[in-house]
Ligand binder design. Structure first.
Ligand SMILES: [Zn+2]
Length: 109
């Protein structure tokens, strides 16, 4: 992953201090077709949280929950192992392409 990508702003802010997060603060834990679970650590106030992002017909919705687990503990809880760099890149690409998720196809006959 290119180093300058790491400093790009991520479209979310810390729920505690409102600092806009950068990509290096955000760690994708799990992804499915329209959903992604992210873990982030705020570099400003050190808050860690889980963020669920769900894509839908009306756009993308995010829901957050503060946690005291760090990213390694989260990965272990979900996978029993660390997540590979390829999986991280795949999840970022899914986030970048989220407008490509087309639920309307599901409703067309
Ligand atoms: Zn913060």
């Amino acid at each position: 992953m290119a180093k300058n990508n790491q400093n790009q702003e991520f479209p979310a802010s810390c729920p505690v201090c409102r600092k806009v997060l950068s990509r290096k603060d955000v760690f994708p834990v799990f992804e499915a077709y329209t959903k992604i679970l992210l873990h982030f650590s705020c570099p400003s106030c050190q808050t860690s949280a889980l963020l669920t992002v769900v894509g839908g017909m009306q756009g993308t919705i995010g829901m957050g929950m503060v946690t005291d687990l760090d990213r390694a503990e989260i990965a272990e809880k979900f996978f029993g192992r660390s997540v590979s760099a390829d999986e991280v890149i795949d999840a970022y690409q899914m986030m970048n392409n989220s407008k490509c998720i087309d639920f309307e196809d599901s409703f067309r006959n």
